[in-house]
Design a protein around this ligand. Structure first.
Ligand code: SF4
Length: 295
């Protein structure tokens, strides 16, 4: 039996071909959040860590790699966050063959820093993210068991961990594996393009920052969320750490000072300086500073 077919049979959600061939054959990307939500909630402890490791080993070896890898990584400004901040680096958009950003727009896709930064363009980085995405899609139980094990290990070592499940995705983890946010010492956070007032669940230990896109509706959702005490991120055409302290009449913080969004004040904007291919944005995703601030 072909390797791809073996994995598809073994995987709990493996109803599509996997591996490079599978990606090439896929005509319409499967929505990974919906797939996992339908399977959830997935308890991390429904499988032993040893069994999960064995499944990961087999998966990675079948795909021509060594035994496996850590699920969690720290990238970019997460390395500059106070304390330990870690997250999951899937392949953004639908490039892996799975759609991981249901609400993405043309503007954010073109400007996506995870895909258009120098490192995000490296073939080996993209391949690694593709494979991790495929591992989550086809072996969600093993993925989540290993993820919880890594979080618990980090908490034992560091005392507390800031956890961003969607570094380069927008999966609704509160429905997929809510127990992850009950792990002692873990505080969760994410950016999301789902309307948090309507389409995201609410977990006390999982803080969501709405991510404003180029659409006027999105700007209105962001404003309503900030007024309700939430936080909304806006990418602005400004140098790093030179963003205004007020946006749209509300207080604003420098979103590049740290990646950890769990400590932001309530009811404020989070301003992020434009990066990578976002500097060529013409969609309106990147906002111009008001003239009084820019001059
Ligand atoms: S939703 Fe976020 S991660 Fe996904 S393509 Fe847009 S900017 Fe990138």
């Amino acid at each position: 039996m072909a390797v791809g077919a073996m994995i598809a049979l073994r995987g709990e959600l493996g109803h599509r071909p996997v591996g490079p061939l599978g990606r090439a054959l896929a005509t319409r990307a499967a929505n990974l959040s919906k797939m996992l939500e339908a399977r959830g909630p997935i308890s991390p402890d429904a499988m032993s860590v040893e069994d999960a490791r064995a499944i990961m080993r087999t998966f990675y070896r079948d795909n021509g790699r060594a035994d496996g890898r850590d699920i969690l990584s720290a990238t970019g400004k997460m390395e500059h966050s106070e304390g330990v901040a870690v997250g999951i680096n899937l392949r953004p958009g639908a490039a892996s063959g799975y759609e991981v950003c249901t609400m993405r727009t043309a503007g954010c896709t073109a400007a996506c820093v995870l895909e258009t930064s120098a490192r995000g363009k490296w073939a080996n980085v993209r391949d690694g993210r593709d494979l991790l995405t495929e591992f989550l899609a086809t072996e969600p139980q093993a993925f989540i068991t290993l993820l919880a094990h890594e979080l618990r290990t980090l908490v034992r070592k560091h005392g507390a961990v800031a956890f961003r499940p969607n570094i380069a995705s927008d999966l609704r983890w509160e429905y997929i594996a809510p127990e992850l946010f009950s792990i002692f010492g873990v505080r969760g956070y994410d950016y999301t393009k789902w309307n948090p007032l309507k389409h995201r669940g609410s977990l006390a230990n999982y803080r969501l920052t709405y991510s404003v896109s180029e659409s006027p509706l999105s700007e209105a959702i962001g404003a309503a969320y900030v007024k309700s005490g939430g936080t909304a991120a806006v990418v602005v055409d400004a140098p790093k750490h030179a963003v205004p302290a007020v946006w749209n009449g509300q207080p604003a913080v420098d979103g590049d000072a740290t990646d950890d969004r769990t400590t932001d004040p309530t009811g404020c904007y989070v301003l992020l300086a434009v990066k990578a291919d976002g500097k060529g944005d013409t969609s309106g995703f990147v906002k111009q500073l008001p003239l009084a601030v820019a001059s």
